[in-house]
Design a protein around this ligand. Structure first.
Ligand SMILES: C[S@@+](CC[C@H](N)C(=O)[O-])C[C@H]1O[C@@H](n2cnc3c(N)ncnc32)[C@H](O)[C@@H]1O
Length: 293
C-alpha cells in the first residue's frame, strides 16, 4: 500500500529489514530504490525528503521482499555489470563474477604480445557462455574477432541472445547449443582463442552454498560433478584438436581443485605442444589455467 513515504524513510526502513541477509543492506536498498526511480544513486542523497511515487514504492517493496528471501540483487533488477558493460541476467544464468574478468585481461595481454588486438580473422570460442558475459565483452573489445558462444542450456542461450542484441554484435557472435566442443564441431578452422568458465563446484561445496546461490542460481552452471572437474575432462581432452597455433585457452578454475585441473591438462593434453601456466587472481589464489600453443 502506498504510504507516501520519503526517500530517506524508505531507505531506513528497508535497510533494517535486510540486516539478516546482507552486511551491505544500505547499499543494496539504495541500488533498488534508485533503480525503480530511474535515477543514479547520488540522486537519493540530495532528495532525501522527496515523496516517492506510489508505483515506485510498490515495486521497491516487492524487491525488498524478494531480497529478504535471499534473491540476489542482480536477479531482482535484471542487471549485472561485467568488465564495465551492462548485462541482462535472470535465474536461467549464473550471475557473472568479478574474478571472471581476469580471463578477459589474460586474453587481452596475450593478443598484445602477439600484436593482434585489432586483427581480423581471429576466431574465438566461449564454452558455457551463460549470459554471454565473456563472448560479448571480447566482441566489444576486439572488433576483428568472430566468436562462437556455446551452452547446453536453452534458457541460458536465450539470455545470451538478448545480451548479444543489446550490445548489437549479432553479426559477430554465433550461438550454438550443445555439449562443449560438440556445439562447434563444424567449425573447421579451429580457434585462436578459447575461453571457458565451466561449472566447477564439488558435491561437497554444493552442500555448503549460501542461500543466495543455493536457492537461485542454476545447478547446471555450478556443479562440476563429484570432484568438480567433470567439465575440464571434456574440454581439455579435445583442446589439442581445436586450438590453433599460435593460440590460447583460458579456463577459470576453482582454487580448491586447481591441482587436479592442472593434472588433467598434463595427463590428457600434455603431449600436444601445449604450455600450461596457472594465473593467480587478485586475492593471490589460483584462478585460471592459461594454456598456450
Ligand atoms: C559457471 S557458468 C559460466 C557462465 C558465464 N560464462 C560466466 O562466466 O558468467 C557455466 C555455464 O556452462 C553451461 N554448461 C554446463 N554444462 C555444459 C555442457 N556440458 N556444455 C556446455 N555448456 C555447459 C551452464 O549452462 C552455464 O551457463
Amino acid at each position: 500500500m502506498f504510504t507516501g513515504k520519503s526517500v530517506g524513510e524508505l531507505l531506513q526502513e528497508a535497510t533494517g529489514l535486510l540486516k539478516h541477509v546482507s552486511n551491505e543492506g544500505r547499499h543494496e536498498v539504495e541500488i533498488l530504490l534508485s533503480h525503480y526511480l530511474g535515477k543514479e544513486r547520488w540522486y537519493l542523497y540530495s532528495h532525501r525528503e522527496e515523496e516517492v511515487p506510489p508505483e515506485v514504492e510498490k515495486n521497491f517493496w516487492r524487491a525488498v521482499k524478494l531480497r529478504e528471501k535471499y534473491c540476489p540483487l542482480a536477479y531482482i533488477t535484471g542487471i549485472k555489470e561485467f568488465y564495465g558493460l551492462e548485462f541482462y541476467v535472470d535465474n536461467r544464468v549464473l550471475i557473472p563474477r568479478p574474478e571472471t574478468e581476469l580471463l578477459v585481461e589474460v586474453v587481452e595481454s596475450w593478443l598484445q604480445e602477439y600484436g593482434k588486438p585489432g586483427c581480423s580473422f581471429l576466431q574465438a570460442a566461449d564454452l558455457g557462455t551463460g549470459c554471454g558475459a565473456l563472448a560479448v565483452t571480447m566482441a566489444r573489445l576486439f572488433p576483428g574477432m568472430q566468436l562462437w558462444a556455446t551452452d547446453i542450456d536453452k534458457g541460458a542461450l536465450k539470455v545470451a541472445a538478448k545480451n548479444i542484441n543489446l550490445h548489437r554484435i549479432e553479426h559477430r557472435v554465433c550461438l550454438c547449443r550443445g555439449d562443449y566442443w560438440e556445439a562447434v564441431k563444424n567449425v573447421e578452422t579451429g580457434f585462436d582463442i578459447v575461453v571457458s568458465n565451466p561449472p566447477y563446484l564439488t558435491s561437497t561445496e554444493m552442500e555448503q552454498l549460501t542461500p543466495e546461490i543455493k536457492y537461485y542460481e542454476p545447478v547446471r552452471a555450478l556443479w562440476g560433478g563429484k570432484d568438480g572437474l567433470e567439465a575440464y575432462r571434456t574440454i581439455v581432452e579435445k583442446l589439442p584438436e581445436y586450438l590453433n597455433s599460435p593460440g590460447i585457452a583460458v579456463l577459470e578454475i576453482s582454487p580448491t581443485t586447481a591441482g587436479g585441473a592442472c593434472n588433467l591438462v598434463q595427463e590428457r593434453a600434455g603431449d600436444a605442444s601445449l604450455c600450461l601456466q596457472t594465473v593467480l587472481d587478485y586475492s593471490g589464489r589460483e584462478r585460471l589455467l592459461k594454456i598456450t600453443r
